[in-house]
Design a protein. Structure first.
Length: 132
């Protein structure tokens, strides 16, 4: 294996952790916007479904950020994003760029990947000796 291949193989699990941390931080902002109107104003009133989504996004995102219970939380959030896509975006057109569902689709498959691959070594699961 080449030096580049060895270097990339060494960094693959670490970059998985970086991807988990960054995506969780970005995802949490959707929940904080819904629940606290931070960092941007959120909805004026929350339906039960939007309140549930905000809680999942904020606290599920926090668990992912910490790398705690990564696989089950990521699976749950993947399902939430699939529901969000098909309930809120898909009725507005087939193409995600048209129906503004790119983020929901991307988060859905990103979280599904974390459910399968784990969150990498940099997280509570990694410290507890969980599967990576």
């Amino acid at each position: 294996m080449s030096n580049l291949g060895t270097t990339l193989s060494t960094w693959t699990p670490r970059l998985l952790s970086v991807l988990r941390i960054v995506s969780a931080f970005l995802f949490m902002q959707h929940g904080s916007q819904k629940l606290f109107s931070f960092p941007l104003p959120g909805p004026q009133s929350l339906s039960t479904m939007m309140l549930t989504a905000g809680i999942l996004e904020l606290f599920g995102g926090l668990l992912l950020l910490l790398g705690l219970f990564t696989r089950p939380v990521a699976f749950l959030l993947s399902g939430q994003m699939a529901v969000a896509y098909f309930m809120s975006h898909a009725p507005n057109g087939f193409w995600p760029i048209v129906n503004r569902g790119e983020l929901a689709a991307l988060y859905c498959f990103l979280f599904l990947y974390f459910a399968a691959a784990g969150g990498g070594p940099w997280g509570v699961d990694g410290l507890r000796g969980g599967r990576r």
